[in-house]
Design a protein. Structure first.
Length: 277
């Protein structure tokens, strides 16, 4: 919503149009709920109507007051990026729009819209790094919740079906082959170094967030339950072996230094005495 401060005069006072529109929309919402209560609740009389009106009035007073208090508290933190936050919220809202063009149903993928919004935001907004540093504090709890909920959707019983298990194995092998061969071919065409040609494809094997999001999108299809479980199974396999293969490949390519071997039974003593003076 645009904060339009074109105003109307009421006794010399200037009232923002936005506040007036918000008040009208809240009143219409309360009116619709009140009408629904009057129709659906048997024996709805004046006493019940007064009670509903009292509760509506109380909460419609408290909610804007609470919102104002919270907004005032965080306004200093996001004042420099408030227009970018509005851009992100607007993009997410547009992703929920769907329409029909003749027999064709058109809509936007929330997952892809959010990814592109993040890409545009981080490449255009000059303060994106500062904002992302602040958001990183909340990433771990969100990731835990996301992966726990995704893992809860994995139905191991469906994997007892030989056909589904075969589809999962073929998917894992074909994806791995495609990653490795595609990376190798593109590196050869662009004349990359030998190490990059050999190891880039292996580092691309891990699979997690985007795949889980696409699996959630596919759940609405007729065979969505099977597709979702196959993808969840592949994510489980890739996340078990993918990070280890990626680390070994990066070390073999010389991109990272290999860690020294340590053992709980052998003390990690430096070759030369370390002076504390």
């Amino acid at each position: 919503m645009f904060l339009c401060y074109n105003s109307i005069d009421e006794g010399g006072d200037r009232v923002p149009v936005t506040i007036l529109l918000i008040a009208v929309s809240l009143a219409m919402d309360a009116f619709a709920v009140s009408v629904s209560c009057g129709i659906s609740v048997p024996g709805f009389g004046v006493r019940q109507a007064a009670r509903v009106g009292l509760w509506f009035g109380l909460f419609q007073f408290l909610m804007p007051l609470t919102g104002w208090a919270l907004g005032t508290g965080v306004s200093g933190c996001i004042r420099a990026v408030d227009h970018w936050v509005a851009f992100v919220l607007l993009a997410v809202g547009l992703s929920m729009v769907s329409f029909k063009v003749g027999p064709i149903h058109c809509s936007f993928s929330l997952l892809l819209v959010c990814m592109m919004t993040g890409t545009v935001f981080c490449n255009i907004c000059p303060t994106s790094e500062e904002l992302m540093d602040r958001l990183d504090r909340w990433v771990s709890p969100v990731n835990i919740l996301f992966f726990v909920l995704s893992g809860a959707e994995l139905d191991l019983n469906i994997l007892t079906n030989p056909l589904v298990l075969l589809i999962g194995v073929v998917y894992i092998l074909s994806r791995s082959a495609g990653k490795i061969m595609g990376a190798y071919g593109s590196c050869r065409m662009t004349h990359c170094s030998t190490n990059i040609q050999k190891y880039l494809g292996i580092t691309l094997l891990p699979q997690a967030g985007v795949a889980l999001g696409m699996a959630a999108e596919a759940a609405a299809l007729s065979d969505g339950h099977m597709v979702r479980n196959v993808v969840l199974f592949s994510v489980l396999v890739y996340e078990l072996v993918g990070p280890t293969l990626t680390k070994l490949s990066l070390a073999a390519a010389g991109e990272i230094a290999p860690e020294g071997r340590t053992s709980a039974r052998t003390p990690n003593v430096p070759d030369e005495p370390v002076s504390l003076n």
